[in-house]
Design a protein around this ligand. Structure first.
Ligand code: MLT
Ligand code: ZN
Length: 458
């Protein structure tokens, strides 16, 4: 295909080395890491700073060229891949990390800074960035804000939205909005940073953010606890969120998931025999939480087995049982078909019934599919992963998300809507709300070029 004329102008704006057009190179930017979403692009543009982002968007607006913004490309709902031939604006060169303000406990970070790099930067000042997720060394500040990423510690610190104290972003016509003072109390009108959290690249391109940091909690303990049933595990998760001192994560895994880790990653199971359901719980503070954690675990109904770890190595060993799920499910997807990842939240009182019901609901519409369940039980968030779906993807999504909505849950807890869940958004959002979404898009992206296929399509 001949190169579109604007590609040369993009080269003039950001330098020829930062406009990628060779398919061998752009292939890494046009599909997601599950292999489910694969698109194509005439060019991947890699601006160096906010001014170059503004110049790129001004040009794209003028030519009516649609863009998909990309950070670490760790999204799971097809929101960051160019499924309709958009150009990709990759922000991984925006890696400025400001000096840490110890008094305010805050820092300004470029959109391309990874969460892992941000955490290490904060560590030097004995602080921590509280959002944490398994993809920490790829996922970026910009991407996690755009998706309002949750992760492992939401129950203690809230999602990304709770950390954003200021924002810098570029509107589609190239205007820059910058509000990075980061004051804790700032009632001067609309919270544009809050609005951009979860906007999935549809309202502006986020280029930097002022982020809250929290004191380090150097003393940590992790327990992996086996339960006699799913129901007893989920009941315990509800109790522990109130009773484990300094608790910051309660994660749910199943025997089937552990079996998958053994098959694909040769990970030896943690218990023999393997209980049907397990919780991984982490507590962290300034004093050693091990005894408090062990006491609560011991006194909990339905506990079948437990392993408690205090050393860093042992804690990582236990966390691997939880964090490796995504990788193992992707590998299972290579063998069968890429997973459908349905990330949902249920009211705590409905969580056990949902987890028990969902494999049968899936089997009802896709008899040969397998359902893998894990997630953040501390905040009611379960990841329903379905492999071997064989053309029944739409029916599976409809059945699972319909069940979620009927139980008063949300069809997206932390991954976003992307392109994968656009047709189900009405299950959680009224027509009046969707009309406000559309009006916001028209106001902030009059050219209609920002991630057009995502969330509420233009
Ligand atoms: C996780 O909790 O590990 C992430 O949300 C990724 C996933 O759901 O696979
Ligand atoms: Zn998750």
């Amino acid at each position: 295909m001949p190169e579109p004329g604007y590609v040369k102008q993009l080269r003039d704006l950001v330098g020829p080395a930062h406009v990628l057009t060779d398919e061998g190179i752009t292939s890494g930017f046009v599909s997601d890491w599950t292999g489910r979403f694969v698109g194509s692009t005439p060019a991947v543009v890699r601006p160096a700073d906010v001014d170059e982002v503004a110049a790129v968007l001004t040009l794209c607006s003028k030519h009516g060229v649609s863009v998909v913004t990309q950070g670490g490309n760790t999204g799971l709902v097809g929101g960051g891949v160019p499924l309709n031939g958009e150009i990709v604006v990759s922000l991984t060169r925006l890696t400025d990390l400001g000096e840490i303000d110890r008094d305010a406990r805050a820092v300004t970070a470029g959109a391309g800074v990874t969460i892992g790099a941000l955490q290490r930067h904060a560590e030097v000042a004995e602080l921590d960035y509280p959002v944490d997720l398994a993809s920490r060394d790829s996922a970026t500040v910009g991407g996690t804000i755009a998706t309002n990423a949750g992760g492992l510690r939401v129950m203690r610190f809230g999602p990304t939205r709770s950390q954003v104290r200021g924002i810098e972003a570029v509107l589609s016509d190239g205007r820059v909005i910058r509000h990075l003072d980061g004051l804790v109390k700032d009632n001067t009108g609309y919270d544009l940073g809050g609005l951009l959290c979860g906007s999935e690249g549809t309202l502006a391109i986020i280029t930097a953010a002022r982020l809250r940091l929290v004191p380090q909690r150097p003393e940590r303990a992790v327990a992996l606890v086996g339960f006699t049933s799913v129901r007893s595990a989920i009941a315990a998760a509800g109790q522990w969120s109130a009773t484990v001192p300094d608790v910051e994560a309660i994660e749910f895994i199943t025997a089937a998931g552990i079996g998958l880790l053994a098959t694909h990653l040769a990970l030896a199971p943690p218990f023999d025999p393997l209980p049907p359901a397990m919780l991984l719980v982490e507590a962290a503070g300034r004093t050693d939480p091990t005894a408090g954690l062990a006491e609560v675990v011991t006194g909990t109904d339905g506990v079948e087995d437990a392993a408690v770890a205090s050393t860093s190595l042992d804690r990582h060993r236990l966390w691997r049982y939880r964090e490796a799920h995504t990788e193992a499910i992707n590998l299972e997807g290579v063998k069968t078909s890429p997973p459908h990842k349905l990330d949902v939240t249920l009211p705590q009182g409905e969580l056990a019934s949902f987890v028990e019901a969902v494999p049968e609901v899936v089997a009802g519409v896709a008899p040969r599919a397998r359902t893998w369940l894990f997630g953040h039980a501390g905040d009611g968030n379960v990841h329903v992963n379905v492999t071997g779906i064989e053309g029944a993807g739409r029916s599976v999504d409809e059945a699972v998300l319909g069940l979620v909505a009927s139980l008063g849950g949300s069809i997206s807890a932390e991954h976003g809507i992307g392109t994968a869940k656009v047709q189900w958004l009405h299950l959680n959002r009224s027509e009046a709300e969707l009309e406000v979404f559309r009006a916001l898009r028209r106001a902030m992206d009059p050219a209609g070029i920002l991630n057009p296929a995502v969330l509420v399509p233009r």
